[in-house]
Design a binder for this molecule. Structure first.
Ligand SMILES: NC(=O)c1ccc[n+]([C@@H]2O[C@H](COP(=O)([O-])OP(=O)(O)OC[C@H]3O[C@@H](n4cnc5c(N)ncnc54)[C@H](O)[C@@H]3O)[C@@H](O)[C@H]2O)c1
Ligand SMILES: [Fe+2]
Length: 398
């Protein structure tokens, strides 16, 4: 019965998706392209800017480089650099207060998914100052004019610079949830691979696995994708297959960094319409409850979820294998080899095989939150109900 309801819901969503106006932000790509930020801001009539970033970017000297660019061009700005990993509603409220009290009209997000999502939350709040972040969670909940958002990703992972989503954690409950609205797609993205050169090997691997997860989940999902999303997911997987381990092994390999930056952007665009799946639904709970970095949670869970889906994903995984040049005599064999490649990549980059932080008393909460996030919205190739989630979670606990 639930399966029928889910099919009907997704049928309506599929049609609605044609009218939602998915698009890529305007963007520039290339080594050193961050220098174009002042020109872009002026061309887009940005006045006073709130720069949203985090301590890691300040310590890496990247935030300083950007403020120097703004100073040099005489662009008035204030800095909010207190975003935490798995950013909270408190971060959004603090950043929004600064935005309003300083009289800003535009937002520049500099960092990984955490600063970009916090910046999107600030934009959503600017449209609805009287609403709490909690009231803004959900699909198409903003639906109003938001300040211009300029996104400068410094990890090659989330693709938030091109997605409709802002993933935020309620500080009080640790429930990680999402505001999803096309108005949150940034107005402009600057993809400068040089900004990712300071990522540690661990961050390179885990954030890159997040991008892989976006492409694989979007591609193996049913229903919402058009040829555009399928093509971008295939391209992203091939780029990751060829470049993630290279960027991990030699962080100064700028060509690999460049390709990863593109892969993450393409994968972001693919999943923002195609949706993610149960890897994200379960992984978000680990980020919210235990502070597990998002990419790490994705990397651990991704091959397990694909194995658990079984034959339902063999055809699609075989196509991803084809795109990477992985050979096999049947779809099942190609799919198996593709999953084995992901497992091997995890091992080679030091990512744990299973999760060791889940407490017995949290399992029920994890399942309920994961189900709330994914069912009925995510068009996963197999429908999991409560007991399926329970069996899966038990199978991935170390
Ligand atoms: N909005 C979306 O569409 C979307 C998609 C996937 C994930 N997310 C969310 O994004 C968040 C994760 O983002 P993330 O994986 O990019 O990590 P992050 O933004 O949390 O950053 C992780 C760490 O990397 C550091 N860092 C970032 N760039 C660096 C650089 N160039 N050099 C040195 N250090 C650097 C940061 O300071 C931080 O300490 C999660 O909250 C996740 O849920 C959002
Ligand atoms: Fe993700």
């Amino acid at each position: 019965m639930y399966g029928l309801y889910r099919d009907a819901y997704q049928g309506v969503m599929k049609i609605s998706n044609y009218f939602l106006g998915y698009h890529m932000p305007e963007y520039i790509f290339g080594r050193g392209s961050v220098k174009e930020l002042p020109r872009v801001l002026k061309e887009k009539d940005a006045g006073k800017v709130l720069l949203v970033t985090d301590k890691g970017l300040v310590e890496a000297g990247i935030a300083g480089r950007v403020t120097a660019l703004l100073d040099g061009a005489g662009i008035d700005h204030v800095l909010y650099a207190d975003v935490v990993a798995n950013p909270t509603d408190d971060n959004v409220e603090a950043g929004f207060s600064m935005f309003r009290e300083s009289g800003c009209d535009s937002v520049v997000a500099l960092g990984g998914g955490s600063p970009m999502d916090c910046a999107k939350g600030i934009c959503a709040k600017a449209a609805h100052p009287r609403k709490s972040v909690k009231q803004l969670f959900g699909l198409l909940s903003v639906h109003w004019f938001v300040p211009k958002l300029f996104a400068i990703p410094t990890t090659s992972g989330t693709g938030s610079e091109t997605t409709i989503a802002a993933v935020l954690t309620e500080a009080e409950t640790h429930h990680k949830q999402t505001i999803m609205d096309v108005v949150l797609i940034p107005a402009f993205a600057i993809l400068d691979p040089e900004l990712t050169l300071t990522l540690t090997p661990e961050l390179t691997a885990t954030t890159g696995m997040d991008a892989l997860c976006h492409a694989v989940e979007a591609y193996t999902n049913k229903r919402y994708n058009t040829k555009v999303e399928d093509r971008l997911a295939l391209k992203a997987v091939k780029l990751i297959y060829d470049n993630l381990y290279e960027a991990y092994e030699d962080g100064s390999d700028i060509a690999a960094r460049e390709n990863m930056q593109l892969a993450s952007f393409y994968a972001g665009r693919a999943f923002t319409r195609g949706c993610v799946g149960y890897v994200h639904a379960v992984g978000h709970t680990l980020g919210g409850l235990y502070g597990v970095p998002h990419g790490k949670a994705m990397a651990i869970l991704l091959p397990h979820v694909m194995r658990a889906f079984g034959p339902a994903v063999h055809g699609r995984l075989a196509k991803l294998a084809d795109a990477c040049g992985i050979e096999g005599s049947s779809e099942a064999e190609k799919a198996d080899k593709f999953i084995s490649w992901m497992e091997e990549l995890k091992k080679k980059t030091g990512i744990p095989e299973k999760v060791d932080m889940i407490k017995d008393e949290d399992v029920d909460q994890i399942i309920r939150w994961a189900m709330k996030e994914s069912n009925p919205l995510y068009p996963t190739p197999v429908l999991w109900k409560y007991n399926d989630f329970r069996a899966f979670i038990e199978s991935v606990r170390a």
